[in-house]
Ligand binder design. Structure first.
Ligand SMILES: [Fe+2]
Length: 322
């Protein structure tokens, strides 16, 4: 599919310099593409493998992250699932769209190439993307992501809270725990932290991103929401993850301090090198991160309240990997 105009809009050098250094909103034109029409979204949903389709529902209180539930589609087809998003309280996550759909791989790579051409020094790798389709009042609980992520908003409106790392509300130990898979990405949240947040009402045609590991939460504020969430890594991003993981691993292995999160200089380089070496030696290798598995507790049902029918104890509740 050709993309015959720039996908980024009004990216000035001053704006580009904010990438990865600040909570940053900028304009794009992805929402103008035919690719995100109702018809093609339903067609995409139909082609997308169900094993890479996340289906969730949630409560209304941002503090109660335990209300986040994993569900299944049952016998619903793509059109019915899309309708459930419009009508109910459902969150669809079409994971790894670049791996499953060539047109998305081309789109996301074109987008990153444009970004790299306007952001001096930006070199990205391990690019991936998930397409999010969610109900008009769906929410996402306070959490931290491990890679660098960007939310390209396409349809509907949503309010985003991002909590600057400088506020200190997320400890280095928490980030270490999320990176090594000991903690889920969703974290305990206190409403008074909202005073520290940068809040943005995101419109179609806007993108929001923030420095890696910045905690954030989202509330949809109108209409069915469609967003493309892209993730990537940079050398600095990998260094950051490795420094946090090295601090934890070598503290556990050797005791002592290992708490500096400095990313430059010979000490940071040595930590990253040592962690990479340790991964190759089984006796001292850190355990591979384990994803948290949610049990399946509901089925999408167009006739149920919020299009969510809880499964009874006697119905099957297979776990899924997330
Ligand atoms: Fe996120």
């Amino acid at each position: 599919m050709p993309f015959d105009h720039p996908l980024l809009e009004n990216w000035t050098p001053e704006q580009s310099a904010r990438m990865e250094n600040a909570i940053f909103v900028a304009q794009h034109r992805l929402h103008e593409l035919e690719l995100f029409s109702d018809e093609l979204l339903i067609e995409l949903l139909d082609r997308h493998p169900r094993h890479d389709l996340g289906i969730n529902t949630m409560g209304t209180d941002p503090v109660c992250r335990e209300d986040w539930q994993e569900g299944r589609a049952g016998n619903l087809n793509a059109e019915e699932l899309y309708l459930a998003c419009r009508r109910g309280r459902v969150w669809l996550n079409l994971r790894r769209v670049m791996d499953h759909h060539a047109e998305y791989a081309k789109l996301v790579n074109t987008l990153y190439e444009e970004m790299e051409s306007v952001c001096p020094g930006l070199h990205t790798y391990n690019r991936s993307a998930n397409l999010l389709i969610s109900s008009p009042d769906a929410i996402v609980y306070y959490h931290v992501d491990c890679p660098i992520n960007m939310l390209w908003h396409l349809r509907g409106t949503k309010r985003v809270w991002a909590y600057p790392l400088e506020s200190g509300i997320v400890s280095d130990e928490t980030i270490e725990g999320v990176l090594c898979g000991e903690k889920s990405e969703e974290l305990d949240f206190r409403p008074e932290w909202d005073e520290l947040a940068t809040v943005y009402d995101l419109q179609p045609g806007e993108m929001v991103t923030w420095p890696q590991h910045t905690p954030h939460r989202v509330v949809n504020t109108g209409d069915v929401n469609v967003s493309l969430s892209t993730e990537h890594m940079t050398k600095r991003g990998a260094r950051r993850n490795n420094v946090f993981l090295a601090n934890r691993h070598f503290r556990q292995l050797l005791g002592g301090e290992f708490s500096s999160t400095e990313l430059t200089g010979w000490r940071a380089g040595l930590k990253e090198l040592a962690l990479r070496a340790a991964r190759r030696i089984p006796a001292i290798a850190p355990a591979a991160p384990q994803g948290y598995e949610y049990p399946i507790t509901f089925e999408v049902d167009l006739d149920a309240p919020d299009c969510v029918r809880s499964l009874t104890e006697t119905e099957e509740r297979q776990p899924v990997c997330v």
